[in-house]
Design a protein around this ligand. Structure first.
Ligand code: XUL
Length: 513
């Protein structure tokens, strides 16, 4: 086993990465952005803007077009017939509703018709709710009323708006006919896995734990939860499975169109956070990963499924076995971009040098960093709440927003009881040294970054290689190395500033929610 393909189907783009695991090298990478590469499709940031009442949907056909464009670009860079196994990481929680007859679309090897054209006719629901959707509070209340504390104890999370179970329930309540015409409900990951395999593949444990439906004790769908969520749901879900167990060979469509070998293996695919845990080399407990993306996430491997007493944090499956904790902060990149645009500056204003000008004010100007509804803590914020003077410099305002983001993260990760010895930083904004320094200072822990920028795509590739019989720990030692000179030490003089800022931040937050 030598060459593997990992794909990351995230909110905004499809990124493909080919690794040669024998020589420890990345052979090629390619990307397609759902907004920039498909300007006519109305998804400037990867989802349909303007949804009412917390609705955030995306077009699953665009994911297929994005996947195809990324593969088309990749095929120009490397010989895909050499790829032995493929795995994909998908944005978590998003669901795809496929009608009867979709098996024929999956199996259709005719390469002259694009996948999106084949699937258009077999979608039981034209658009897919994604992780940013917060429109299912009523359904969450209904499920919580039925199951109470058992929901969190058994599935790792209380009923959560973006999780797939409440989303399925809402679809069933609002569109019973379309729901009953649904043959299978898939997650983004299992949908794309099925498309690549040419037959329906199961949801994996890691991603399945983000549905409020998987019992973490048995790693099977919880019958009572399934039955209470929507009628006949058990018929619409395949049994959950491990992403390390090969299930199929790639379909003839991909063989014909992109030149894959007919022997290329496909496993169930996982979610972007479990895949990132693998790609960051963090599948064993002891380190913390912070991923800075459309949403920011904070996660770590856990042996036992410990749960957050406040109910903001979650437990997902660790692809390498055991569990992972995950806290998601919705005001991630979108908030940083909003401030950048408001100040009319570019990212260089977030650099270490630019921010050092405001170091004297570290921890002294608080911002509740929410430009819109937040999920940790859950509240409908409309704009950031700031505690500094109008005349503050750009550097102070940027520092304050970033400090607010990471104080919020520090506050809401205390339940894990981890004092991080090392923080692994990933995601688009992680390259920025100014942001990395503020993470190190707020948490008072060193920050390291890996050589590979897209840890979810790397994780998917390593999962493919492991499923094909390679040793994950050895692979991680090769591919998950911190990049030389990437380490940023905390400024220990700021420890007390941030300890008291954390208390003030908590108090300010309590006045608002
Ligand atoms: C995790 C979550 C997000 C998405 C983003 O619970 O909602 O991190 O997975 O892709």
């Amino acid at each position: 086993m030598a060459i593997v393909l990992g794909l990351d189907l995230s909110t905004q783009s499809a990124t493909a990465l080919v690794l040669d695991t024998q020589v420890g090298k990345t052979l090629a990478r390619a990307r397609a952005g759902f907004g920039p590469d498909f300007p006519g499709r109305g998804h400037p940031e990867g989802f349909l803007p303007g949804g009412q009442g917390g609705v955030v949907h995306a077009d699953p056909l665009l994911w297929l077009d994005g996947l195809e464009l990324a593969l088309e670009r990749l095929a120009k860079l490397t010989d895909l017939s050499k790829v032995d196994a493929v795995s994909v990481s998908g944005q978590q929680h998003g669901s795809v509703y496929l009608a009867e007859g979709y098996a024929a679309a999956l199996a259709d090897g005719d390469r002259t018709t694009a996948l999106s054209a084949k699937f258009k006719a077999v979608l039981a629901r034209a658009t897919s709710p994604i992780w940013m959707d917060s429109s299912t509070s009523a359904e969450c209340r209904e499920l919580q009323a039925l199951f109470g504390a058992r929901m969190q104890a058994d599935t790792g999370s209380p009923a959560i708006e973006r999780f797939t179970g409440p989303q399925i329930r809402k679809f069933f309540k609002q569109s019973p006919t379309a729901y009953s015409a649904t043959d299978h409900v898939h997650l983004v990951s299992s949908f794309i896995a099925s498309v690549l395999a040419g037959k329906s593949l199961p949801i994996d444990f890691g991603d399945g734990a983000g549905m409020n439906l998987l019992n973490l004790k048995s790693l099977t769908w919880d019958k009572d939860l399934i039955d209470a969520t929507a009628p006949e749901l058990s018929d619409k879900l395949l049994p959950a499975a491990s992403c390390l167990k090969p299930q199929a060979k790639i379909s003839s469509y991909f063989v014909e169109k992109y030149g894959f070998a007919a022997t290329c293996q496909v496993c169930p695919f996982t979610g972007d956070n479990p895949a990132s845990l693998v790609g960051m080399g963090a599948t064993t407990p002891g380190q913390v990963v912070i991923s800075l993306g459309t949403s920011d996430t904070f996660f770590a491997a856990m042996t036992e499924p410990k749960t957050d007493p406040q109910g903001f944090g979650h437990v997902f499956g660790n692809p390498a076995g055991g569990f992972m904790s995950l806290i998601c902060f919705r005001n991630g990149s979108l908030a940083r971009e909003a401030l950048r645009d408001e100040l009319g500056v570019d990212w260089s204003a977030f650099d270490q040098e630019a921010l050092s000008a405001s170091k004297a004010s570290a921890g002294k100007n608080l911002t509740l960093p929410f430009y819109g509804a937040e999920i940790t803590p859950r509240h409908d914020f409309e704009k950031p709440i700031t505690e500094f003077s109008e005349s503050s410099t750009d550097a102070i305002r940027i520092r304050s927003l970033l400090e607010g983001q990471f104080l919020n993260m520090r506050l809401h990760s205390q339940w894990m009881g981890i004092a991080p010895q090392r923080i692994l930083l990933t995601g688009g904004a992680s390259k920025n040294n100014g942001i990395a320094q503020i993470v190190a200072d707020v948490f008072q822990a060193p920050v390291e970054r890996l050589e590979v920028a897209n840890s979810a795509a790397l994780g998917a590739a390593l999962i493919a290689a492991t499923a094909a019989g390679n040793d994950l720990v050895k692979l991680q030692a090769i591919f998950c190395k911190p990049s030389p000179d990437s380490r940023i030490e905390p400024d220990t003089h700021l420890a007390s500033n941030y300890a008291s800022a954390l208390d003030s931040f908590k108090r300010l937050l309590q006045t608002q929610i």
